[in-house]
Design a protein around this ligand. Structure first.
Ligand code: ZN
Length: 141
């Protein structure tokens, strides 16, 4: 992948927010704030290139919005994520992830042993984020 200014800026956006699952408009805004003005087509092309390279994980949330999150690296596998049903923000769950992964590996192994192929797991926890569930407290704090 050629390290153009825009792709470096995109990498920096995700380095600054490693747990974020960003939509294209959010990425476009973040890049603009970083001083890199790129159009929608270019942002989508970069995101798809990052996804194809295995750096980003592409997912569609409950609101049918395509979001891109940092792909879990190495043994980590699919990190569980939390999605707020109100504002559709997504967070990767790092706490307790190892235990979930271990359990998932066992499930996958059992399925593979039974002859199933190309297995993928996408774990999503749905609920309301702290901001949506307690808006007043969030403002006070
Ligand atoms: Zn929310």
């Amino acid at each position: 992948m050629r390290a153009t200014r825009a792709t470096r800026a995109l990498a920096a956006v995700y380095q600054a927010r490693p747990d974020a699952a960003l939509s294209e408009p959010e990425v476009e805004t973040a890049l603009a704030q970083a001083g890199v003005a790129v159009n929608k087509v270019t942002v989508y092309r970069m995101l798809d290139r990052f996804a194809a390279a295995g750096l980003l994980h592409k997912q569609v949330d409950a609101g049918r919005v395509t979001r891109y999150a940092l792909a879990p690296q190495g043994e980590e596998g699919a990190a569980p994520r939390f999605e707020c049903d109100d504002c559709h923000r997504q967070f990767r769950l790092s706490q307790g992830s190892a235990k979930v992964q271990k359990a998932l590996q066992q499930v996958l192994q059992a399925l593979a042993t039974a002859g199933h192929e190309s297995l993928a797991v996408d774990v999503a926890v749905h609920g309301r984020c702290a901001d949506c569930a307690h808006p007043a407290e969030g403002a006070a704090a």
